[in-house]
Design a protein around this ligand. Structure first.
Ligand SMILES: Cc1cc2nc3c(=O)[nH]c(=O)nc-3n(C[C@H](O)[C@H](O)[C@H](O)COP(=O)(O)OP(=O)(O)OC[C@H]3O[C@@H](n4cnc5c(N)ncnc54)[C@H](O)[C@@H]3O)c2cc1C
Length: 373
């Protein structure tokens, strides 16, 4: 078989590049995927009860990029959806990200009033302040608040999520945790927030339906290597695996999802409940909130348990954000730069956490700057 491009991986990165190359350059593309389905980690399917669920964890689409939004809108209609998250803190359900509404859910009216006044005076209404910044405030009440959020919302969750203490992770992780000086209870503040009307897999099916694209499932690139002739290749699998773990494995954190079906309309009020402190799981997602299947009288929820990554046994989900891992990745990047005919990209190829919109934006940019040169 002879193609112009071999693309390894049918997630966002591979699918966007395949679609652009096929439709804009008129070239032949073979996409190979080792799983038995397309859509990468965004894959969704109907469970035996007819509920649309996400196999690799809940995926909520949000972006500030009009370009990404317009691009994906060619392949799907959208259902408006604002993600809402609550956390169980000291026996109370509070909104996340931590906001003025969370203050009211947790503290006495007097204390909440005082903290709200000080937060607005210090940061301005509408601000999004990282807790590390708030910890530096001179006012002892603001420092108390920053410490409270750190200890009750962030620390336990981090320990469960990564199996590491916050100090062991790159400081960028702590720096990101915000306090929201507003009553906005939306989890994301992006301009575009929605779910694909018929789900992510349907979106990918349309993206890959061009006559210049062939998709081969259940095929690892090592099996296909000698069988297919191609001019160039995009590799969206793990970069360390590609190079035979030459510089040692790049560490990932994995997850286990347990689905549970309930014969009732809903089991929780919002799409996601977080459990930073109690219980071995970190969050419970109720898919119907995300997908809008409110016409069904029953519901499916997913418990999420973080666990160690073991190659071949579970999935490499999150690159572990530590400086030494970044240094190891740089060694692989040097190897990659020597291979002119292979482009490495995507969350596994770049060893980066990307949201879906970032993965799409990176693929569109690669198409313009590297592929279409
Ligand atoms: C738990 C979780 C929740 C998330 N939630 C959100 C969210 O709410 N919103 C959001 O915007 N983003 C979310 N994301 C991020 C989103 O999943 C990524 O942005 C997206 O998956 C990136 O696409 P990709 O193509 O780079 O990688 P992937 O989707 O992982 O695709 C890579 C594909 O390559 C295949 N592959 C790998 N190696 C080989 C090989 N050797 N041969 C053949 N095929 C191979 C893999 O099987 C995979 O299908 C979440 C991620 C996780 C882990």
């Amino acid at each position: 078989m002879k193609v112009d491009w071999l693309i390894v991986g049918a997630g966002y990165t591979g699918a966007v590049l395949a679609e652009r190359i096929a439709s804009q350059l008129g070239q032949k593309v073979l996409v190979i995927e080792r799983r038995d389905h397309i859509a990468g980690n965004a894959y969704d399917y109907y469970d035996p009860h007819g509920i649309l669920v996400h196999r690799y964890g809940p995926h909520i689409f949000h972006t500030n990029s009009k370009r990404v939004w317009d691009y994906l809108s060619q392949f799907t209609e959208w259902r408006p959806y604002y993600h809402r998250v609550r956390a169980l803190i000291e026996g109370k359900e509070i909104p996340l990200p931590f906001s003025l509404a969370s203050l009211r859910a947790l503290f006495s009216e007097r204390l909440a009033n005082k903290l709200e006044e000080k937060l607005i005076a210090h940061c301005g209404y509408g601000a999004r302040v990282p807790i590390l910044k708030l910890r530096e405030a001179e006012d002892p009440d603001l420092r108390f608040l920053a410490d409270y959020v750190y200890r009750h919302v962030f620390e336990g969750y981090t320990l469960k999520q990564w199996g590491l203490r916050p100090e062991e992770l790159s400081p960028t992780v702590t720096a990101r945790v915000p306090v929201l000086v507003s009553y906005d209870e939306r989890y994301f503040q992006d301009t575009y927030q929605a779910m694909p009307k018929e789900g992510y897999t349907a979106l990918f099916r349309r993206m890959l339906s061009h006559h210049n694209i062939k998709v081969l499932l259940k095929a690892d690139w090592r099996e296909v290597e000698g069988e297919v002739c191609f001019d160039r290749m995009v590799f969206t699998g793990p970069i360390d695996e590609f190079f035979g773990y030459l510089h040692g494995p790049l560490p990932y954190r994995s997850l286990r999802f347990e689905l549970e079906h309930h014969p009732r309309l809903y089991v929780q009020e919002v799409g996601q409940m977080n459990y930073p402190n109690e219980y071995p799981y970190t969050r419970i997602t109720e898919f119907k909130h995300l997908t809008g299947q409110d016409y069904l009288p029953h519901t499916t929820i997913a418990y999420e348990y973080p666990e160690a990554y073991e190659p071949g046994k579970n999935e490499p989900y999150y690159p572990v954000p530590k400086e030494e891992n970044e240094e190891r990745y740089q060694l692989y990047l040097k190897e990659a730069e020597r291979l002119k005919a292979v482009i490495f990209a995507g969350r596994l190829g770049d060893y980066r956490y990307y949201n879906m919109d970032q993965a799409v934006a990176r693929a569109l940019k690669l198409f313009e700057e590297v592929v279409h040169e």
